[in-house]
Design a protein around this ligand. Sequence first.
Ligand code: SF4
Length: 344
Amino acid sequence: MNSFNRSYREKRQYLFDINKFNLIDFDFNGLKKRVYHNVNFSIFSDDYCNADCEFCVAQLRFESRKQMYKKHKISDDYEYLQRLDKVLAIIRPLNPSISITGGEPTKCSRIVDILDLVKKHGFRKRTITTNGSGLLDNIRGKTVLEHLINSGFVHLNISRAHYNDQINQNIMKFENNQYCSNKELSYIIKYALKRGLRPRLSCLLLKAGINNIHEIMNYLDFYNELGIDNVIFRELMDYDMDNMINTEKKAYCIENKIKLNEIWGEFDKYPDRFVPQLNILGYYYYVEIYKYKSIDCVSESADLIKLYEEKEKHKDIVYEMVFHPNGNLNGSWVDNEDVLLRYE
Ligand code: SF4
């Protein structure tokens, strides 16, 4: 395990060096690239979501690049799945970790077929990121949660901005009360843990939500009571605000940002409660991990401007792979940037 080095907080912009990592030569149908050895492959199930978070990262990744979020997508389920099957077969030799995301993947009509394809190709470490609202929906005689377990998923990331149901609903704005309450979450957590699927809660720090160390402790204690042993707190990502075309979301992000540097300064004052474990420098993110009681308390900041600077310096390197609803495989979360395999 690495040591915990607090100086990374200030110097993190300058320390990351991709050339210190193993890179794998790979040919994407004639496009020769070097791929980060621990690469993640994200499957974007659909852009539809039944919540309406002002801070939605999926949307802001497009809108901070002067692009609209709603893009062309393959509307026919069979065609989408055929294409995904083909892309999975091509990238299988890279043995990436897999994560399914959206939109809201548990509300996507293709979700069970996507899980079947992932299982068929046999990827290591399988994760889904969800707001939780469709986990107990019944599809073909089983809940989505059961399908995930049967498909060998090991990580269940559930986004939740607050431990109080009403405040969480005010922030995430679910349509038609399609909402995963704490009562349902309690059931999901126990069911998943018994069957080898580890739930993790993901909380975006916001002035309107969890906004200081005391609220962080309240959040951790509340969900620890329900069986959670792993929580990630994220800082609102840094975007290129000059290029942001969604002025409403831009104002929300500026207004609501809670800075992790200040929270970490607070953690330092309570070394018996927040015991430092590890810090990690990524190519555009920085992570500090603490032990709080028996909980892994992860905290992450990320800078999208840094991501583009890093990729500009190393155009031949693939840092991550994303399968988009339009059938493209990209090295980017934006579906017309850094195309590795274009779907014609
Ligand atoms: S639940 Fe996730 S995908 Fe849906 S709007 Fe909120 S942040 Fe975006």
